[in-house]
Design a protein around this ligand. Structure first.
Ligand code: SF4
Length: 282
């Protein structure tokens, strides 16, 4: 959030609370998965500074998502070091806890490739200290937003997990469709339609039917979007209920973050100690 909205830090506490509640409501169990806040561990910033010393600018400037962000958010003044250096910070997030497999979206693969290059460079220069991570892609490696670009809060094209049914219906109505299908009766091309991309995730019960009836033109986009919105609302209902219950528990998020930081601190301190020693700081 800071890379693109550094002038809106008043929204940070609520964003942290919301993100942790999302994770917990989605089923992340803090007993099995450590949930912690990056800024609770100053070693992260220290290691980012050190890895920044060995990261060529050319690697960072080549990252496609950097140029896309500058283009997509042209109205904001975000050509800053934080955004350019984001892959370095991401490398630290992964390597400071010895991450081996990193669940990423398709658009993050270039970031991870830089992480792997930075790790190889570090290990070549200072000895085998950092673990080289590998990508772990999900079955849905890229979810499209209402404008056909990657779904992202900062692009304002996302359906939030916590959206209520009215908001979900309103957002689905704004989704782009096949531009050649102007009205019911026109044949459509589901393979290029962002609405169909979401049907793949939410509408297994009518996926083949939607594909067929879009192509023949019998299915209109308005009805198709209604079918999609119904399914998203139904499938996110348990998440919304669970999130509301969790939000009502006083101090829950602060407790989860404090316990997470305490659990991860020894690992982070151990890695940072090894990095300092390898670079002759200790
Ligand atoms: S009918 Fe559905 S899948 Fe086909 S173009 Fe319209 S919204 Fe997309």
């Amino acid at each position: 959030m800071l890379t693109t909205h550094y002038d809106r830090t008043d929204a940070l506490p609520a964003a942290v609370q919301g993100l942790v509640l999302d994770l917990l409501a989605a089923g992340i169990d803090p007993e099995r998965s450590i949930v912690y806040r990056q800024s609770d561990l100053p070693e992260v910033a220290e290691m980012a500074l050190l890895l920044g010393m060995i990261t060529p600018l050319g690697w960072l400037e080549r990252v496609p998502t950097y140029k896309e962000r500058l283009r997509d958010l042209a109205e904001r003044d975000i050509a800053n070091l934080g955004l350019l250096g984001y892959p370095v910070l991401q490398t630290v997030d992964i390597t400071i806890v010895n991450g081996e497999l990193v669940p990423v979206g398709e658009d993050q693969i270039s970031h991870l490739e830089i992480s792997r290059e930075i790790v190889r460079r570090f290990n070549r220069l200072y000895g085998e200290v950092l673990v080289e991570p590998q990508a772990l892609l999900s079955e849905n490696p890229l979810i499209l937003g209402s404008d056909g670009r990657k779904m992202s809060k900062s692009l304002d094209n996302a359906i939030d997990l916590n959206d209520d049914p009215d908001a979900i219906r309103a957002k689905v109505r704004t989704f782009l469709t096949d531009p050649r299908k102007l009205r019911k009766g026109d044949p459509g091309r589901p393979e290029i339609c962002p609405v169909f991309a979401l049907h793949r995730r939410f509408s297994q019960d009518i996926l083949a039917w939607t594909d067929e009836h879009c192509r023949t033109g019998e299915l209109g986009c308005v009805d198709c979007k209604t079918n999609l919105a119904d399914r998203i609302i139904e499938q996110l209902a348990p998440f919304r209920e669970r999130r509301a219950q969790l939000a009502a528990e006083p101090g829950l998020v602060d407790r989860v973050l404090a316990e997470g930081a305490a659990k991860v601190r020894p690992v982070v301190e151990q890695t940072m100690g090894a990095v300092r020693e390898a670079m002759r700081f200790a």
